[in-house]
Design a protein around this ligand. Sequence first.
Ligand code: SAM
Ligand code: DTB
Ligand code: SF4
Length: 340
Amino acid sequence: MKQKWTLKETKLLFDKPFFDLVFEAQKKHRENFNPNKIQISTLLSIKTGSCPEDCKYCPQSARYKTGLKKQPLLELKQILKSAKHAKASGSTRFCMGAAWKNPNEKDMPYLEKIIKEIKKMGMETCMTLGTINNAQAKRLSNAGLDFYNHNLDTSENFYKHVITTRTYKERLTTLKVVRDAGMKVCSGGIIGLGEKIQDRMELLMQLSNLSVQPESVPINMLVKISGTPMENNLDVDPFDFIRVIAATRIMLPQSYIRLSAGRKEMNDQTQAMCFMVGANSIFYGCKLLTSNNPEEESDVKLFNKLNLHPEYKKERLVKEKDFNLTTLKLNQEKYYNAGI
Ligand code: SAM
Ligand code: DTB
Ligand code: SF4
């Protein structure tokens, strides 16, 4: 793998004619992945709102009047019900988010219990709980947490215009803590915060130049939430967004790239181009943390049109002809339960 991406090289990549960039990204994607498979994750907010942080994009910050209904830490029963639904719909990873600056020590045993119960169901687990220390990371890892999500969000330079209550360095430290504890790293960013193209380049350089590249890279398009300071941000041009996905694929060739928040606001063609240039993971299910995501049915229809198949571990056991895409949802449960 390439050693380090410099700004000059990254600029050359972003400045390529659109179709040259698309071609290069597709080549990289096909060298590393089956282009007709997609990883499916489901998201659940296990603690909603009243967050002390000031992230200017976020509906959950206590500083902005977004009309969000707050919710304390959910009960285990409710979490497991959602996880069961996610598994039955064909999702293989259950991602849980909490609107915290960091987890409280007193919540650690409960978080461990949640992880263990979901692992028992045979799903991969991911959590995003804010900043964590070494001891907390070790505990989560020992409980069986597969991935920890902590986004860099944007470039180090632009970051101060987005968040003032947590430093960029703290974020990088958390990523190291997660890695050192033996968990897989999920880290990406948001496009549409008002950043310049160079900030997008610098974000990808940060992610790409980590000592070990993140296994999972969520690229979010800003969901504009009324009441946040970013509610009136300019729309992102879909081709600029596709360019970011393509550059991500080239700079992080072996990472799963998740087309994350913002899919509800994209048409099928934009999503298809994102998959074409290397996005190979999505959040599936009608809700992200607090905002809307496409309905499951509409994703199934889109997969159907694109002949995209959900990725299961022992997928070769499924004969392609048995995979009736029009009844994907029903079949997924069957295949998933069969350990496929
Ligand atoms: N509180 C924890 C933290 O910030 O680390 C975890 C939850 S936080 C909501 C997870 C991520 O969601 C953020 O880092 C950000 O990248 C993304 N996010 C939040 N609001 C968003 C929005 N309106 N549009 C797009 N992405 C958003
Ligand atoms: C990520 O990068 N995006 C997800 C997940 N990781 C935690 C969150 C998106 C949140 C969008 C706004 C909301 O639904 O509250
Ligand atoms: Fe809190 Fe996370 Fe939202 Fe920032 S992104 S306000 S830390 S929930």
